[in-house]
Design a protein around this ligand. Sequence first.
Ligand SMILES: C[S@@+](CC[C@H](N)C(=O)[O-])C[C@H]1O[C@@H](n2cnc3c(N)ncnc32)[C@H](O)[C@@H]1O
Length: 303
Amino acid sequence: MTTMDTQAKPDTRNNLVNSGEFCLTAKDFAEIAAVMHREAGIALQDNKVNLVYSRLAKRLRLLELKNFHEYCDLIRDQSSTAGRNERDAMIAALTTNVTKFFREPHHFEHLKSHILPKLIHQAKLGHPVRIWSSACSSGQEPYSIGLTILSLLPEAANYDIKILATDIDQNMIALGQAGSYDQSALNAVPPALVQRWFSAVAGGTGEMQVNAELRSLVRFRKLNLMGNWPMRGLFHAIFCRNVVIYFDYETQSQVWGRMVPLLAPEAALYIGHSERVSGPAEALLRSDGVTIYRHAHNMRVAP
Ligand SMILES: C[S@@+](CC[C@H](N)C(=O)[O-])C[C@H]1O[C@@H](n2cnc3c(N)ncnc32)[C@H](O)[C@@H]1O
C-alpha cells in the first residue's frame, strides 16, 4: 500500500493512524506534534497525519528505522548528537519553505515609497538602518528588500544599512548565503535589477547569483522565533510573513508581543496575506495598508 492509498483513519485495534510502509500510531503522532509545537511553535492538527507521514517516511528510510516508534525514540534522545540532529531535520522536513522574489509586491512598493526615503536620508547622515526578515527561507525575501534599497540607493553598500535574515532551518540559511537562484525564480525581478545585481554562475548551470554589493547588505543567521533573540537595538522595518500562520493563536500573540517592541517609532511591520497581529501588541500598531502596520507609540508591551 502506498502513502497516498493510506487513509488518516484511526485503526482502533492498534491505534494506527497510518499503516503504510511504516507504522505510525496516534501516540507517535502526538509525540511528534508535541515536539513541533514546543520546539518550533508549529501546530500540527490531526488532519496533518498524512503530511507528517509522507514527509518523515523519507527520514525513516534514510535512517533505516522500522517504524515511527523507533523514530520517536531517536528524537526523544537529546543527549546524543544523532538525536539532536534528527530533531532539527524533523523540524526542517515539517516546515514549509515556499517563497519567491517580491512575494506580495505591495509590501515592497510600500517599503520603497513610505519607509526607505526617510531611512536613506538618515543613512546619508551616518545613522544605521536595520531591517529584519524574520522567516527568510532561502533568501528571496531579504534579497528583495536589498534590491528595493539598491533601486533607490545604488551605493547602499557604502552605508551602515543591514538586513538581518533569519530562519529556523539551517538548510535555508545556507541557500540564502549561497544566493544562487534558477533563472525562472528571477521572473518577478525587474530585468534591469537582475542585470545590475546578479551574475551568471560559472559552468553554465543557468543559475544567477547575487553579486557582492547585494550580498553585503544581508546577514543570514539561524534563529528560532520560539527561542532567544540575541539582537540588540530596534528595527526600522520587520518582515514576518507566512510563518505565524503555522502557529496557534497563543503562540502567534507571544511572537507579536516580542516582535512589536523591537520596532522603532513609525517603523513598518509586514505580515503574510492570511495573517493578522493579535494580542496586546496590536494596541501598539496602526494599520498602514493591507497586511502592513506601523508602530504607533514609542512604548513597550506590558509584561
Ligand atoms: C512559507 S516560508 C515564508 C518565507 C518568506 N517569509 C515568505 O513569505 O516568502 C516559512 C518559513 O518560516 C520558517 N519557520 C518556521 N517556523 C519557524 C520558527 N519557529 N522560527 C523561525 N523560522 C521558522 C520555515 O523554515 C520557512 O522557511
